[in-house]
Each structure stands twice: as structure tokens, then as C-alpha cells.
Design a protein around this ligand. Structure first.
Ligand SMILES: Nc1ncnc2c1ncn2[C@@H]1O[C@H](COP(=O)(O)OP(=O)(O)OP(=O)(O)O)[C@@H](O)[C@H]1O
Length: 269
């Protein structure tokens, strides 16, 4: 782990390094979860490859959010296996341990600190922060400043870096929140409906941002906007009644009769 002069850790590895020698970073196998007898997840199997960008689609209630909740430790499944790489059993870790191990989650609604600048929001998210006041009065190392600069560049908010976050547009706030996640150097990013409420231009920019993050990160995007999914997805998984109904390229998914019947039919119709 890299440590700056003041002794603050700069990476998110937390000594948990997923074994991805088989190319897979997330294993979800035979996962079941019932709420009062209702099967929200039903023998669900999903494998996310290291560095891929995967889109997850499915009608309301298909189980997408529940699956994210299980991966991030918010809810425990009744049975099944959820591994980070081949060996790290996520079901043995709590929510904060999973986040620190390198699985970042972005909820639909941006939750930035509106009064603080864009720069300070990212600064607060750098690994090793000890709360808002300590972090803001702790002098940043050159390495930390460089890292914040890199993130600002990635999310396209260099010009806005000293603006209070409250002045940003909705789209810019979403990018800032992605930047805040990146500060923790996650291996996996789970992103829930990133383009809801965005303008066309913001949507396009978000597509570029998420595709640029894949490779170094594995990115799983839950999204209802089919045009957006079409623009970014190499591989799509369709959830239906708590299971994966189909998987493949967008062209394969669109031609799949089961998918048309249960999902795309209603979207297109
Ligand atoms: N805490 C809970 N208690 C009871 N039922 C729940 C709970 N959480 C989710 N469910 C049910 O589980 C099913 C799956 O919900 P989930 O939110 O995962 O679907 P989703 O695919 O994310 O839908 P959406 O696209 O609307 O967000 C739904 O029928 C939902 O009502």
C-alpha cells in the first residue's frame, strides 16, 4: 500500500486483492433471496469479467437493485455464493469492508456536499479520510493533489473545480459523484441509472466517461434508457423475476424472443 508522508493510506486495496486469474472479478452463483415468501432473487447466476462494462436491464421489480444490495453487503441472500475474484467471499464481509475492498456503488440520486467545492468533495473521498474537518485541514501531499487532478480530468470538471458543488448541473453532480467513487480506487463500480434526468449532451458525455472507466475498472450499469444501453453496452444481462433471462450483445438481446416477450416488447410497444 502506498503511504504519504503523513502516514495516510492512498489506495483502497485494504489488503484484499481479488484473484482474477480466470478473468472474472464478480461471481454471483445460485443466489436466492425471498422477502416474505416472494422470491426477489431466484437461483441467480451472473459473472462479471475483470475490466468489462456490463449493462443490466430488466422491468421494474426484476431484482436489479436487490442484486446490487447483495453484492455490496446491504442485504444477505438466503443462499448462494458471491465472490470478489475467485477467493474473496463477499458474504463474509460487511458493507463498509466490501466498499473498502474495492467495490464502489453509485446510487441514482447524487449525494455531493453542495456547500463544498468540487475539489473538496473529491478530497473528502480520498482513502484515509478521518471525517470532514480533519480532512479539510489536513495538508494534501503532492501525490494526493495529482490524484485529485487526474480525477477532475477524467470526469471533465477541471474548469469547475473551485465551484461549490451546489452550482453544478444535475449531470455534473453525477460525474462528481463518480469522481468521488474513483478517489477510493475501486476495482468494481456499480452504477444505478446514471443518465436519468440528464440532457442529451450530458447523456453522451456519461457514455464516454463510463466506457473510458472500463478496462481499469469493471463497470456494471443498471439502466432503463435503452438508447443509452445500446450506445455503451458490449454485453447486456437481462433480469426477469430474479433470474438472468438472457445475456449477450444488444443485437442478440433484441432478437431474443423471450426478452421481447417479457421486456423489450413492452418498452417498444
Ligand atoms: N425490502 C423489501 N421487502 C419486500 N420486498 C422487497 C424489498 N426489496 C425489494 N422487494 C421486492 O423485490 C422485487 C425486486 O425489487 P428490485 O428493487 O430489486 O427490482 P428492480 O429490478 O431494481 O426494479 P426497478 O427497476 O423498479 O428499480 C420487487 O418485487 C420488490 O417489490
Amino acid at each position: 500500500m502506498t503511504v504519504d508522508k503523513a502516514g495516510s493510506p492512498l489506495t483502497a486495496s485494504e489488503n484484499i486483492v481479488p484473484d482474477t486469474r480466470h478473468g472474472v472479478i464478480l461471481y454471483v452463483e445460485d443466489v436466492n433471496l425471498s422477502f416474505d415468501g416472494f422470491k426477489a432473487l431466484n437461483n441467480l447466476n451472473l459473472y462479471i469479467n475483470d475490466g468489462e462494462l456490463r449493462c443490466l436491464i430488466g422491468a421494474n421489480g426484476a431484482g436489479k437493485t436487490t442484486l446490487m444490495d447483495v453484492i455490496t453487503g446491504k442485504i444477505r441472500p438466503d443462499s448462494g455464493k458471491v465472490n470478489f475474484g475467485q477467493k474473496v467471499d463477499l458474504l463474509q464481509l460487511d458493507e463498509s469492508e466490501i466498499a473498502r475492498a474495492g467495490i464502489g456503488r453509485k446510487f441514482q440520486k447524487p449525494t455531493v456536499f453542495e456547500e463544498l467545492s468540487v475539489f473538496e468533495n473529491i478530497e473528502l473521498s480520498l482513502k484515509g479520510d478521518k471525517g470532514i474537518w480533519t480532512t479539510l485541514f489536513h495538508k494534501l501531499s503532492g501525490e494526493q493533489k495529482d490524484r485529485i487532478g487526474e480525477i477532475l480530468h477524467t470526469i471533465g470538471l477541471i474548469t469547475e473545480c473551485y465551484y461549490p458543488a451546489g452550482r453544478l448541473s444535475h449531470g455534473q453532480k453525477q460525474w462528481l459523484e463518480i469522481g468521488m467513487l474513483l478517489a477510493a480506487e475501486p476495482r468494481v463500480l456499480l452504477v444505478d441509472e446514471p443518465v436519468a434526468g440528464m440532457t442529451g449532451q450530458e447523456t453522451e458525455r456519461t457514455a464516454e466517461l463510463l466506457t473510458s472507466l472500463a478496462g481499469e475498472h469493471s463497470v456494471v450499469v443498471v439502466e432503463h434508457d435503452m438508447a443509452f444501453v445500446r450506445s455503451i453496452a458490449r454485453k447486456v444481462s437481462v433480469l426477469h423475476q430474479g433470474s438472468v433471462l438472457a445475456e449477450g450483445s444488444m443485437a442478440e438481446i433484441q432478437a431474443n424472443p423471450d426478452v421481447i416477450r417479457v421486456y423489450l416488447g413492452e418498452e417498444q410497444g
